[in-house]
Design a protein around this ligand. Structure first.
Ligand code: SER
Length: 930
């Protein structure tokens, strides 16, 4: 039976019992802050159990995607080391919401297992909560289970709770014993692979609150959960979940990628070391794929950090299989092919999931090998140290050196020498070989579990990004333990340093507000700056501080820094005299204007003034702020909705936007984003400013919130067409085309998973273009200069090279031959081209008297020849270089000629050069005889 059929049979069975088949909820429960990941099928029905929610059905059945890696239900440590725990698994479940109860569910569970699936009754065991006589009775009367197979257990095993709080109740579990001793009760709940729990029937009747108090729920419910992968292994008669058709395609692919065979689990114990990495990787790839498809992303905190830890564990297990390049992302495709029709979300998000995993793998790969290396160093150093400490007292000085370096292989023998009362220790080590370190050696040599120091762990964590649980696994593999306390202390110290840095900032602002709060009157400043940049106002309070004047008005258009938009600057005009506002701050809903060092005496409460912000500056700020919203929306459209704002700066000069994203934003993506923003800005959208609307209404509109921000009951929403809608208290332009242009100027990383983009708008773009243009102009000039220099240098270089080549001529001059008193200089030389060859000929001619010179060279794969004849021989012997060269050329398959004193020729057959050289004298002689 395939896993697909098994899943379907479960659903169909309960459908026939009046259950509605419902979809799995996402594995990332964005709506439940008490949960990092969905850990049971009942999570999505929590509200129904608590009586706060309703469904239009009373019975439901489904397969639920679950992840159990944190909190109350955490199986991470077991994963891969055994054959039946997983980080991600499917839970088959059926539910009754205040409808049927214990008798029905017990009867049906038995029917499905023993009649539909025909599991051997004699191997099945059930447990009930120690006081649950009811359930005990129903097992006896509603099924034909052997009554000896009904056992009672206490809270630890038979009282199910979702988490620290939430719905809970006594439960009844069904176990199967697949071993030989299956009639023996001692295996049940013993944590052994031959006897495992397959199905849990929970009778939900309580809620546990924050104080740990249980209260009865308004109605009683049934919540069951069956381990799908386990049931498949049992029905497919496999010893391990990893041998079922759920996992084999993944394991096969890992085998293929690593070129290492996976031997099937031969027994349910199957704990063989070499299989663990493959199982862990297959398991973790599933958790990562489903969690990311459902919207989680690896990061530094909470859910994100859990995913990061899972991924890093898998990556590091990959190293054990010699997988050094990103590989986990390649398994996504296998999952899509095998599970994509049951869970279409992984198919829809495939590309995104692969991208996220790959980027995260690349990120960790940068430090993984170095971290592993460091870990090896730490471990070997520690072992050496311990050996030294333990054995050194028995040896001479300098022992350690011999002990550790002198001997070739890793073997140890300890000899006692009774007559000398000493121990002779021979440790043949040339280099410490960690791969040969074993538990036996550890016990023999050290006799205890060595510890890795908190400092070393902290370094691996902080510098190399190794999660603590991964370090723990690595330590265990070396039969080490870790000093977690020491690590925690260092972590705490680091956090403390961070807190102290932050403390200073909050301190200053509390002092200021506590001083001023008492004196400022109870009237709030009305903010007029959404609609005007100049407001007539009245001074309601003022005071001198450090020579500056602090002024509070009843109304002001001055915006005080919030949500990234910086303070307004400008003037307060008092009796036609402008007072320079150099800063503004908000204290208890009042805007305090800080006036530069004014000698003006006439500031007094009650006086009328004109408050006027620096208009040009404010317009630049508004352009950047509105553009930030457009940009945010474009980011989410092009990179994906995992993008969330993580911080921003909106000033007159530029805008800066920090956001969550797992990798560098590619050039092509930046271009796409920029184009989209500009296209939308040109749409001429009018600002729709929804002010002071109820929070819920804003949420209903689908307005984007800044995660982690606290909002009051009334909020402002800033909207431009349907392109962007955001919660925002800032100030904005009135029409999108007032922004002009938007231009991204930089992209960078500010921390893992958070990117920063800076951009400019309007006059900022103008300035940007101007400065780029100037840079370009000065670059052009520089390039022209460089090209000129290059030409000069090339010329010098070729002259130098030629000087070197002229050196060849001196050796040609060394051994001339002679006919009738005429000297003949001949040789094969190196020349780049014909000009050079000619120049070499000239050089030769100028250095000799009464002579003929012949030089051959290979130029571009062909033969080049130059012949020179001195003037006396032209006159007296009627010799001609042109004629000689003509004859020589014939010998190398070519032709040529020229003037009597210097002539060149070419030929094709370079292999004939030597032959032609040998014939030179003969040819010259033939011309002399004329
Ligand atoms: N909620 C129970 C469990 O997780 C049964 O579904 O075991």
């Amino acid at each position: 039976m395939t896993s697909k059929e098994i899943r379907q049979q479960f659903l169909d069975f309960f459908k026939s019992k009046g259950h509605r088949i419902v979809p799995s909820s996402p594995v990332v429960p964005f709506d439940d802050p008490t949960l990092l990941f969905t850990n049971a099928g009942m999570n999505q029905f929590k509200d129904v159990f608590l009586g706060t929610g309703k469904r239009d059905y009373k019975r439901a059945v489904n397969t639920q995607k679950c992840i159990r890696v944190s909190g109350k239900h955490n199986d991470l440590e077991e994963v891969g080391h055994d054959t039946y725990h997983h980080t991600f698994f499917e839970m088959l479940g059926n539910w009754s919401f205040g409808d049927y109860y214990k008798p029905e569910v017990i009867e049906w569970a038995w029917e499905l297992l023993t009649e539909v699936w025909k599991l051997p009754k004699e191997r099945l065991w059930v447990t009930v909560f120690r006081t649950d006589d009811e359930a005990f009775e129903f097992w006896k009367t509603k099924t034909d289970i052997n009554p000896k197979h009904i056992l009672r257990f206490d809270e630890k095993d038979n009282f199910w709770e979702m988490g620290e709080t939430g719905p809970c109740g006594p439960c009844s579990e069904i176990h199967i014993n697949l071993g030989n001793d299956f009639e023996n009760p001692k295996y049940v709940n013993a944590g052994l692979p031959e006897c495992i729990e397959i199905w849990n029937l929970v009778f939900i009747q309580y809620n546990r609150d924050e104080n740990g108090i249980l209260t009865e729920l308004p109605a009683k419910h049934v919540d069951t959960g069956m381990g799908f992968e386990r049931v498949c292994a049992i029905l497919q008669k496999k010893n391990s979940n990893y041998d079922t058709d759920i996992f084999t395609p993944l394991i096969d692919e890992i085998s293929k990628l690593s070129n290492i065979k996976y031997d099937k689990d031969l027994s349910r114990q199957g704990r063989e070391e070499d299989k663990i990495p493959m199982r862990v990787i297959a398991d973790h790839a599933r958790a990562l794929t489903f969690a990311i498809a459902d919207g989680a992303v690896p990061g530094n905190e909470g859910r994100g950090y859990v995913l990061r830890r899972i991924l890093r564990r898998a990556a590091r297990y990959g190293r054990k299989l010699n997988l050094h390049k990103p590989f986990i992302y390649k398994l996504v495709d296998i999952l899509v092919k095998t599970m994509g029709d049951v869970f279409p979300e992984i198919k829809d998000k495939q590309e995104f999931v692969e991208k996220v995993i790959k980027a995260e793998e690349e990120n960790f790969n940068a430090t993984l090998d170095r971290g592993i290396e460091l870990f090896g160093e730490v471990v070997s150093l520690k072992i050496r140290q311990l050996l030294e400490d333990k054995y050194k007292p028995h040896f001479n000085v300098g022992w350690a050196k011999i002990f550790l370096e002198s001997v070739p292989d890793y073997l140890i023998s300890i000899k006692k020498n009774p007559s000398h009362k000493t121990i002779q220790l021979t440790v043949p080590i040339d280099k410490f070989k960690l791969s040969q370190w074993s538990k036996e050696l550890r016990d023999k040599l050290l006799g205890h579990e060595p510890k890795i120091s908190g400092k070393d762990i902290f370094k691996l964590y902080d510098t190399y990004g190794f999660p603590i649980d991964l370090i723990n696994i690595m330590a265990r593999e070396m039969w080490f333990i870790i000093d977690e306390e020491g690590f925690d202390k260092l972590m705490e110290e680091q956090k403390q340093r961070g807190r102290e840095a932050r403390k200073e900032i909050t301190m200053t602002s509390t002092i200021l507000s506590s001083v001023s709060l008492e004196i400022v009157p109870k009237i709030n400043t009305e903010f007029t700056g959404y609609d005007e940049l100049k407001s007539e106002a009245k001074i309601i309070w003022h005071e001198k501080e450090n020579g500056n004047e602090l002024i509070v008005l009843d109304k002001t258009p001055f915006y005080v820094e919030a949500g990234g938009q910086i303070d307004d600057l400008g003037y307060i005009i008092l009796e036609t005299i402008p007072l320079n506002v150099i800063d503004v701050t908000k204290i208890d809903n009042k805007t305090v204007h800080i006036i530069e060092n004014t000698k003006k005496k006439s500031v007094s409460t009650g006086k009328k003034v004109l408050a006027q912000v620096d208009e040009r500056r404010r317009w630049d700020i508004m352009r950047n702020h509105t553009a930030t919203h457009f940009f945010h929306s474009a980011l989410r459209k092009i990179l994906g909705t995992h993008v969330h704002q993580a911080g921003s700066y909106v000033g007159p000069d530029r805008l800066r936007f920090d956001f969550t994203h797992f990798s560098k934003v590619e050039e092509s993506e930046l271009k796409e984003i920029e184009t989209l923003v500009n296209e939308e800005l040109r749409q001429n959208y009018e600002l729709q400013h929804h002010r002071n609307i109820p929070f819920d209404e804003a949420k209903k509109m689908g307005a984007l919130m800044f995660f982690g921000d606290k909002y009051g009951d009334k909020v402002n929403v800033v909207q431009f067409g349907e392109f962007t809608k955001e919660f925002c208290g800032g100030t904005h332009i009135y029409n999108s085309s007032q922004i002009g242009l938007f231009k991204i100027i930089s992209e960078s990383s500010i921390s893992s998973g958070v990117r920063r983009i800076e951009a400019v708008t309007g006059s900022g773009v103008e300035r940007f273009i101007q400065s780029q243009f100037e840079q370009m102009k000065s670059s052009e000039e520089k390039i022209a200069e460089l090209l000129e220099d290059k030409k000069k240098l090339e010329k010098e270089l070729s002259e130098l090279k030629f000087e070197e080549k002229k050196g060849q001529i001196s050796s040609v001059l060394n051994n001339p031959s002679e006919i009738n008193g005429i000297k003949i200089y001949k040789a094969q030389v190196t020349a780049e081209n014909n000009d050079e060859l000619k120049s070499l000929g000239d050089e030769l001619r100028s250095k000799t008297k009464s002579s003929v010179g012949v030089l051959f060279s290979v130029i571009d794969g062909k033969v080049g020849i130059v012949c020179v004849v001195t003037d006396d021989l032209i006159k007296e012997k009627n010799l001609s270089a042109g004629k000689i060269v003509g004859e020589l050329a014939k010998l190398v398959g070519g032709g040529g000629g020229g003037r009597p004193h210097l002539a060149t020729a070419g030929g094709k057959e370079i292999t004939k050069i030597q032959f032609a050289l040998n014939k030179t004298e003969e040819i010259i002689k033939s011309f002399l005889n004329h």
